[in-house]
Design a protein around this ligand. Structure first.
Ligand code: ATP
Ligand code: MG
Length: 270
């Protein structure tokens, strides 16, 4: 369904993504790992068409994505929603309005200008918030919510587009371990229950192992590992992170595992 072929991105002399290829033949949850500067964000940005590729192609269900322009490019961006480390919400706007922003691509300028949303969209926004355990915060300003709650609002906004694919660029990098788990659980559930493809950039190995069906390891713009989490040996991990013999997985841990489930459930619905 998704085919990335010889994809390359150059910034002047620097090659951020260097001739990478992979195919995804069913909607799965993919973790892209690698150290800072490996090219993870650049890859996601090209997939979402926030950045243009220098070379190579991306096709989805047989359709070329890399060359889409104007309305077609925007249509692709709503089928392929993106969430970010910093949530990118409008802080002073209430939660529901932030979520409704997810329908922006589909509405007229007039409706957008006057904040006119159909009732059905408002109901759907609340339903999605409810599914993510944050419906009770619907009328609060986004800035009044915790980081983990704000990231769930961002996920709700993405879901509002009813996307085939969710791209998440370090969605838990600004969160504490407990909120990191709540957000990763939500992404996993969205994948399993809705059958959406999730591609998630992660700094840490243990999160990728725990949540993803497939791990793509990048180093210096290239793919150095592509396989199931079980195949990710310490040697493979060392290769991805370019570390020496003293490499320990602990150094890349988010300590999600160390959490108490009860504490988590309490936090999710607090
Ligand atoms: N707009 C840009 N202009 C110039 N160079 C860039 C630009 N964006 C990224 N780069 C360079 O491309 C390389 C890959 O960057 P990218 O942000 O994709 O890495 P990353 O794996 O997401 O890193 P991190 O884990 O720190 O987010 C880096 O060397 C970066 O400096
Ligand atoms: Mg990045």
């Amino acid at each position: 369904m998704l085919h990335v072929s010889s994809l390359t991105k150059r910034f002047g002399e620097r090659t951020a993504v260097d001739n990478i290829s992979f195919t995804v033949d069913r909607p799965c949850m993919i973790g892209v790992i690698g150290r800072s500067g490996a090219g993870k964000s650049t890859l996601l940005r090209m997939m979402n068409r926030l950045a243009d590729a220098s070379d190579g192609s991306i096709t989805y269900e047989g359709r070329e994505i890399t060359g889409l322009k104007g309305a077609l490019r925007r249509e692709w961006q709503s089928r392929c929603a993106m969430i970010f480390q910093q949530f990118n919400l409008v802080p002073r706007m209430d939660v529901v309005s932030n979520v409704l922003h997810g329908t922006l691509n589909k509405r007229s300028t007039f409706a957008t200008l006057f904040n006119l949303y159909p009732q059905s969209d408002i109901h759907r926004a609340i339903e999605i918030l409810d599914r993510l355990g944050i419906a009770e915060h619907a009328s609060k300003r986004a800035e009044a919510l915790s980081g983990g709650q704000q990231q769930r609002v961002a996920i709700a906004r993405a879901l509002m587009q009813d996307p085939d694919i969710i791209l998440a660029d370090e969605p838990i990098a600004s969160l504490d371990p407990m909120n990191a788990q709540i957000v990763m659980d939500a992404l996993r559930r969205i994948h399993e229950e809705d059958g959406r493809m999730v591609v998630c950039n992660l700094h840490t190995l243990d999160t990728a192992r725990r949540y993803c069906d497939r791990v793509i390891g990048m180093r210096d713009g290239r793919i150095v590992f592509d396989g199931e989490p079980d195949a990710l040996t310490t040697t493979a991990a060392r290769d991805i992170y370019g570390a020496g013999d003293d490499f320990s997985e602990g150094a890349t841990s988010t300590q999600i595992e160390a959490l108490d489930r009860t504490e988590l459930a309490a936090a999710a619905y607090a």
